[in-house]
Design a protein. Sequence first.
Length: 210
Amino acid sequence: LMRDLTVSPSDFEAQVKHLAESGFTFLLAGEVEAALRDGTPLPEKSVAITMDDGYWDNFSEAYPILKKYGARATLFLVTNTVGTPGHVSWEEARQMLADAAGFGSHTVNHYELPSLPVEQMDFELRESKRVLEERLAETITSVAYPSGKYNRLVADRTKAAGYLAGWKKGGGPVEPGDDPYLLPRVRVNGDTTMKEFMRKIRSNIHGDRA
């Protein structure tokens, strides 16, 4: 399972290098969300790299690669695991924020939101936003739904919690007119070959998609 969910440092570097050398504009998730809200066209070749959970290799492996190629990424953090073994610390997160990263919520405990009572769902959404904003001194505008699981109630409670966007799992590129609380992502797996990666990127360039 972890192999499916993680990309090796060498593969990640090859992918970021390809995007940089192909002239892609690296956006943060918040910039995509803002463009969607404002109706602002984005560069045709633009990409927003996102990483979930906040594992330590986001800092130890991905961060140096992003800096090397002038790339940026958005990390969706599970607040209860920040600073625990195998995960980024708040200090490391602040270091990334000052340099090449944006942040969003991945809830407090990574519970699948549709399975929770509304009161608990609200806590997971609101508390993670509060803690992230307090620790990073940064407005948190979006949440990535744990395991990509969502329904209409989850989207509605996300909006009620003060988020401007919610990200699900898979579904392709963001397009004008998309529901900001059901934003899609292009999945890159551990066994995604470079050829497949290039095909995924090419097939998702169209007009002012991101």
